[in-house]
Ligand binder design. Structure first.
Ligand SMILES: Cc1cc2nc3c(=O)[nH]c(=O)nc-3n(C[C@H](O)[C@H](O)[C@H](O)COP(=O)(O)OP(=O)(O)OC[C@H]3O[C@@H](n4cnc5c(N)ncnc54)[C@H](O)[C@@H]3O)c2cc1C
Length: 362
């Protein structure tokens, strides 16, 4: 069974195409090479006082490697595994881990949340031997309410950040909704077309995102399902009056709205059972999926939206990552040269690299 989804977020007019495949690692990778001996990096780490690491022979290795792996298509034997996973607990340990990886001739894969669509934080291209430096323990979040600023270390989860952000003033009660609308392609295309004009122009207190689902023909009766997720920093009556005026086609009913606290809404949007789950790193399981995000620069026409729907029902199952230079120039446009200059200055030897990273100028 395959399900295809269009996701669009109001604030950024982002369009994501998602294809979820039921088969594991279908046609993905050539066989993995023999594992690289890990003793070099292990002895280097120990002699530098870094003890929190795991080697492939250890029982802890797989659970740690899988701990933030989101896409199960990378959890197959044919995908090369790191020579070690290091979990530095301080900046000093982090520096030592980088130096040990360098002296052991291992490529470095830095992992923060592990959500990379392409598994870039825990795999390497062409079976280059590598080490994962996992920043899960560098997860401090410091909030300064006076300046309304937050410093978050890279290993902090969004849940930890949301907990900390309770210090930032938001109304005690906010309104959320998560609703489905079902219908033929024309109706759904009309709804999403209108949404493109409504979403970005709502007051700042409003957020509304949408997805279109293409469920298997046998269960959808020829219809599409469009889901809307909304959050309004205010009570129900405000949400209802503004949205019904700006977007009457949505036919929003009061019974579809819930009033909750802001942090409850964060847990709800993340699909968690409780607010306490926000600080857990181990919630949920990965999925066999392939995702791609892009941004539209102008609203998509109603006719084209129908075409997108039809394209998605054709079940694309393959994607590719272009090489950084051509990809980077297209993606970052006039910023690309500036990023290359920064990269060349900060990391001229390209120590921190992956298939999509900015290359240094030489
Ligand atoms: C279920 C799901 C939903 C998503 N939804 C959205 C969404 O709504 N909007 C959106 O914009 N994106 C979304 N994404 C994409 C996600 O935001 C990006 O993949 C993002 O890079 C994930 O950050 P991470 O720290 O988990 O990445 P990681 O996988 O840890 O790292 C990504 C890349 O950055 C490098 N890296 C990580 N930490 C550092 C560091 N400290 N210094 C230098 N390099 C580093 C890694 O080596 C890797 O190359 C989603 C991803 C998933 C899995």
């Amino acid at each position: 069974m395959a399900m295809h989804t269009v996701v669009a977020a109001a604030a950024a007019l982002a369009l994501c195409l998602v294809a979820t495949a039921a088969t594991a690692g279908a046609g993905a990778h050539p066989p993995a090479p023999a594992p690289v001996p890990a003793h070099d990096i292990a002895s280097c780490l120990v002699s530098n006082g870094v003890t929190n690491f795991s080697l492939p022979a250890s029982k802890s290795f797989k659970p740690i490697l899988d701990s933030s792996l989101r896409y199960l298509r990378f959890d197959v034997p044919s995908v090369g595994k790191p020579a070690a996973i290091v979990l530095p607990a301080s900046q000093r340990e982090l520096q030592r881990a980088v130096l040990c990886a360098r002296s052991s001739s291992l490529a470095i894969r830095v992992r923060s949340g592990g959500h990379s669509y392409e598994g870039l934080s825990y795999t390497s291209e062409n079976h280059v031997p590598f080490v994962v430096i996992d920043l899960a323990n560098l997860n401090q979040v410091r909030v300064d309410p006076a300046s309304a600023t937050v410093w978050a270390e890279s290993g902090a989860t969004l849940g930890q950040l949301y907990h900390a952000l309770r210090l930032v003033p938001v109304p005690g009660t906010i309104t959320v909704f998560d609703i489905d609308r079902r219908g033929p392609a024309d109706l759904i295309a009309g709804l999403i077309h209108k949404w493109q004009y409504v979403g970005p122009h709502l007051p700042d207190e409003f957020y509304i995102s949408t997805r279109i689902y293409f469920k298997p023909k046998s269960t959808n009766g020829g219809n599409l399902t469009m889901s809307f997720t909304g959050q309004v920093l205010g009570p129900k009556h405000l949400a209802l009056s503004v949205l019904n005026k700006a977007y009457p086609e949505l036919r929003l009913a009061e019974s579809e709205l819930s009033e909750v606290s802001w942090v409850e809404s964060a847990a709800k949007f993340a699909g968690l059972f409780s607010v306490a789950d926000l600080t857990s790193r181990q919630i949920g399981v990965g999925e066999y999926a392939k995702r791609k995000s892009d941004y539209v620069q102008a609203p998509i026409s109603e006719q084209d939206m129908v075409k997108v729907a039809r394209y998605m029902t054709a079940a694309p199952t393959e994607g590719s990552v272009s090489h950084a230079a051509s990809w980077g120039q297209r993606y970052f446009l006039h910023n690309f040269d500036r990023l290359v200059r920064a990269k060349s200055k900060i990391d001229p030897l390209n120590v921190f690299n992956n298939a999509q990273s900015i290359p240094p100028s030489h």
